[in-house]
Design a protein around this ligand. Sequence first.
Ligand SMILES: [Zn+2]
Ligand SMILES: [Zn+2]
Length: 272
Amino acid sequence: MVKLSVLGSGSRGNALVLSCEEGAVIVDMGFSRKELRCRMEKLGIDPSGIRAALLTHEHDDHSKGCRVFCNELSIPLCAAGPTAAYLKRKGKLPDRVLEFEPGQDFHIAGFEISPFAVQHDAVCPVGFVIRRGGCTVGIATDLGDVNALARQRLCDCSALILESNYDAKMLRDSDRQIYLKRRILGRHGHLDNVVALKALEELLTPRTSVLMLAHLSSECNCPELVRNLFETKLRELGRTDLRFEVLSQERPVGPVDLFDHMVAEEYGYAAN
Ligand SMILES: [Zn+2]
Ligand SMILES: [Zn+2]
């Protein structure tokens, strides 16, 4: 059984943990080591079970605690080569590093990891599809656009964690400087609610049983608005059976048991 726990998600910190019988992996460590451990304790996660850390990109809200956390547990950081080189220059790279190339799968801690390139303004940003048995988890927390590659990778996941960063009107009306607005709105910035909403039509399949919306902007989005928009969409799509979460910066979520289709087929029952 694969369990998914989200320690938090937003522009001030992102981290989640996937665990199975063989161990666990943490994806992004955008909180201090102390905060990561505190949130793990709240969710009943034993840090000593974590075998590896995966990093989507170097931005502080994803990498803040990574060096200290990885070194303390003596676990490797799996990062794209250019991301690792950047962290090294900044003195933020842990001692043990496994470099990967976007598009090349690898195995660690009982999971098959598929990193894929995403459009975001970082040195080599990736999303991840992480598989174990009949469980597939798609993670894309920072992306300016759901391009063809992202659509292909994120389609038909058991659990989908997708960015829904901002409401376009709230962003335009905000006090943010014009260059920042342009950055966020661009195809290499962040994903707006409407684009994320539209993407669901293609990404959700009968296999999908969990949907989590991630990386909501604290200034240019509103959790209630996101919840209403997506609940309406899920009703339209006939998918009110999904476990649906609007993730937040403060509130850890989980552990959520993920549905394993291979086990289900063996025992003759289906998710939906
Ligand atoms: Zn970022
Ligand atoms: Zn981010």
